[in-house]
Design a protein around this ligand. Structure first.
Ligand code: SF4
Ligand code: ZN
Length: 306
């Protein structure tokens, strides 16, 4: 097949748009889409110190490279990277060196924070106890807690995560299926209450890019990333939603984009109605919460504040 824009050999077919892309046009389309998304939503502005949540996987590593390219030379914007080591044997020890290597190559300051050091336990130990919750439930809550705490300590104004279109579409469906209206209201390109000093606003610059396109971009741009899959991933509810969505997308290309854009309209309405509620603060750690204790404190029986 030939590129729809220049008649060179195509490396990618965007079935949702009915177009083929050669290498150069694919890379240019990828950049354009991310830059437009960042600009339109003012994800990064002058004066920002941005922490990149870097796992070493393809999405966060591409995000690191994209931000370094866009903002690395700007004197008014600072970048740092944070990696959380959850303590998952055979998985995190593989991606951590990749994260380190990429930060070193780009000259981005890199901070590694571990469950072991902060909570005196690891995810492996937590899940070895009998529990009805999936490993991802603990992992997600505790990782978000540490990312926010570390970004706050480093004086960051934003925390950028590598969530892609597939991740976002999956989370929307998961919350819809669970009937969790509050969590749906918290989704979007920018998450969190800017005015609340205990919370570093989270931004998602990659949420308009399908997962496959980031994998292709990483390969074409020669970005080294870790492609191993977490040993707990298959236990997550998300995996069932992922296969459901992928099969619908296969039959009806563009479904994930449509789901995201239509939900974004609903989310902005939900945000308006929920913004009047004042946030409560966790008694254990000072993080934002909807109850007395945040989920991280509830799981660990209270994390000492500070
Ligand atoms: Fe954590 Fe689940 Fe991701 Fe594994 S798949 S790193 S357990 S959230
Ligand atoms: Zn707490």
């Amino acid at each position: 097949m030939k590129c729809s824009f220049c008649k060179k050999d195509a490396v990618f077919e965007a079935r949702y748009a009915g177009n083929f892309f050669c290498r150069a046009h694919f890379i240019s389309m990828y950049w354009k889409r991310i830059k437009r998304h960042i600009g339109k939503n003012e994800l990064v502005v002058s004066g920002d110190k941005v922490a990149i949540a870097l796992s070493g996987g393809k999405d966060s590593t591409v995000l690191l490279h994209v931000f370094h390219e866009l903002f690395g030379k700007r004197p008014d914007i600072k970048l740092v990277a944070i990696t959380i080591d959850e303590g998952i044997r055979g998985y995190r020890p593989r991606s951590l060196p990749v994260a380190r290597k990429n930060c070193k190559k780009l000259g981005v300051p890199h901070y590694v924070v571990s469950f072991q050091k902060e909570f005196s336990t690891t995810l492996d130990k937590i899940v070895s106890r009998k529990t009805d919750k999936s490993p991802c439930t603990f992992c997600g809550v505790l990782r978000r807690y540490l990312l926010n705490q570390t970004a706050k300590k480093l004086g960051c104004t934003k925390l950028a995560t590598g969530h892609n279109l597939d991740d976002e579409a999956q989370v929307i469906l998961m919350n819809l299926f669970r009937g969790d209206e509050q969590k749906i209201a918290r989704l979007g390109a920018k998450v969190g209450i800017k005015s609340f000093k205990g919370f570093v606003q989270r931004i998602k610059p990659m949420r308009v890019v399908p997962e496959k396109e980031t994998a292709l971009f990483a390969m074409l741009a020669g970005i080294e990333a870790d492609y191993h899959v977490c040993p707990y991933a298959h236990l997550a509810y998300r995996e069932d939603v992922r296969s459901l969505l992928d099969s619908i997308e296969q039959k009806y290309p563009g479904t994930k984009f449509t789901l995201l854009s239509s939900m974004d309209k609903i989310i902005s309405e939900l945000k308006k109605s929920s913004s009047s509620r004042s946030p409560s603060v966790c008694k254990g750690c000072g993080e934002l919460t909807s109850g007395e204790l945040c989920q991280a404190c509830a799981y660990l029986g209270g994390i000492k504040h500070g």
